[in-house]
Design a protein around this ligand. Structure first.
Ligand SMILES: Cc1cc2nc3c(=O)[nH]c(=O)nc-3n(C[C@H](O)[C@H](O)[C@H](O)COP(=O)(O)OP(=O)(O)OC[C@H]3O[C@@H](n4cnc5c(N)ncnc54)[C@H](O)[C@@H]3O)c2cc1C
Length: 416
């Protein structure tokens, strides 16, 4: 039986309730922060099983550390601290370095830290959001299978292809950047001694024309931080137009996928071609990484939503706006959105006034982050628009500039 079907829409402060769609980072952050201001927050995730093993490496930022602390999750055993960035030439020699302490972590570690903040009874796996009805003072949320739930607020934390956003802002669609990444994370123990000594402790760049290879250490399976048990996050940015991407999205059984291919179904001929092309250009350390991983690819998209609030429906995290991953800031933005939403609702007795304050605070930031990602993406030389893009492209052709701009902390300060 639906828990609250037929009940009056809740309105009193003591009964305020949010339904959050998406049990990944922004959903968990939102639940944690709303609970801290006294709301009841229930998370609904379509996956029938706990989310594990997604993606790999995550660069951290001060904003993310702050959100983890303030949400109650903490930063215990967060990851691996590196103190230096290096750039290699194609022979594997270091041609530049920069001192920059930074903690590198993994999606799994962050998910586990945040997941521990939420009571089992409030985290509902196997629930797929279908649609929402609004009556001005609340929402009635419909899930696949017929379940319905009422609340004061619906939060869409359901990622890049958000079905909540699809309902309230269907015109907003992710835009393909014109490039994608091959990625994977080889085990430290499988890498050659020379690779472990020369790149494993560092955030490492290799920057051939219109390509980027980036690597950094992350925890091993089950957040194993012991020397010899860690992994090295490997990312290779490559240019491909929409047609080429479409061809890549035909899987091993000949089936066309719309956006990407599940890793086990990526065609062997694509992987073989990629390995051959790597062989021709890459330094030995990154070839060693590639030889020891099963690669998968992720096309790079971005977008921003002109408004984040639609009466009692609100968007957070990747559902609200998405930047290209050059800043490594998606988790920090998810935490920042959730923090700002709770701050706005906590300081306004009127929910709608609080939501308007959230929109004013976070919509411009999401858009700014997206635009900054496009600036950094000019390095790859795709669709350069106007003088500013060309100037940025030119600046980033210098590998020292790349070390100064890619995934660095406090980049938003330049816009304040
Ligand atoms: C290549 C790459 C590298 C990145 N590197 C970094 C980095 O270094 N640092 C960093 O901070 N960020 C990084 N990011 C970004 C980061 O991974 C995302 O910003 C972050 O995961 C967003 O979290 P989210 O919860 O908003 O969305 P998601 O993690 O996409 O979660 C959305 C959830 O909603 C669920 N869902 C979807 N539809 C429904 C539905 N209808 N009903 C119920 N549930 C639903 C999904 O199953 C999913 O669990 C990177 C991203 C990419 C692609």
């Amino acid at each position: 039986m639906p828990r609250s079907t037929g009940a009056k829409m809740p309105s009193k402060r003591s009964t305020r309730r949010a339904i959050i769609i998406g049990g990944s980072m922004s959903g968990l952050f939102t639940a944690a922060f709303l609970r801290r201001i006294g709301w009841q927050a229930d998370v609904y995730e379509r996956s029938p099983v706990e989310l594990v093993g997604r993606g790999a490496g995550i660069t951290t930022h001060p904003e993310l550390l702050e959100a983890l602390e303030k949400s109650g999750a903490g930063t215990r055993d967060l990851g691996i601290e590196v103190d230096k960035r290096i750039t290699l030439d194609s022979d594997g020699r270091v041609i530049a370095e920069k001192h920059l302490p930074q903690i590198l972590t993994s999606w799994d570690r962050l998910q586990r830290l945040m997941r521990a903040t939420i009571a089992e009874a409030s985290y509902h796996l196997g629930h797929t959001f279908e649609r929402v009805e609004q009556d001005g003072s609340g929402v009635l949320v419909h899930f696949a299978g017929g379940k319905r739930e009422r609340a004061d607020l619906l939060v869409g934390g359901d990622g890049i292809r958000s079905s909540v956003r699809e309902q309230v802002a269907p015109a907003v669609q992710p835009v393909y950047s014109g490039y994608y990444i091959w990625r994977g994370a080889p085990n430290e123990a499988d890498l050659a001694e020379a690779t472990r000594a020369s790149i494993f402790p560092y955030f490492t760049f290799f920057l051939p024309e219109r390509q980027q290879v980036i690597g950094y250490p992350i925890a091993g399976l089950n957040n194993d931080l012991r020397v010899g048990h860690r992994r090295y996050n490997f990312i290779w940015y490559r240019v491909a137009n929409a047609q080429e991407l479409r061809r890549m999205c035909v899987d091993a059984h000949g089936q066309q996928h719309a956006h990407s291919v599940p890793p086990p179904l990526i065609r062997e001929d694509l992987i073989a071609q990629m390995r051959a092309e790597a062989q021709a250009i890459m330094p030995p350390q990154f070839l060693d990484c590639l030889a020891n991983l099963r690669p998968f690819f992720t096309p790079i998209y971005d977008f921003s939503t002109p408004q984040l609030v639609f009466a009692r429906v609100v968007l957070v995290g990747d559902a609200a706006s998405l930047a290209r991953p050059h800043m490594g800031f998606g988790m920090a933005k998810a935490g920042g959105d959730a923090q700002a939403l709770a701050a706005a609702l906590g300081t306004h007795d009127d929910i709608d006034a609080g939501l308007a304050a959230y929109n004013r605070a976070r919509q411009p930031i999401g858009e700014r982050i997206m635009l900054h990602g496009r600036r950094l993406g000019t390095h790859l030389g795709v669709n350069l628009q106007g003088e500013d893009d060309r100037a940025m492209w030119k600046l980033l052709q210098d590998h020292r500039a790349m070390m100064d701009w890619i995934a660095v902390p406090n980049f938003l300060a330049a816009y304040r």
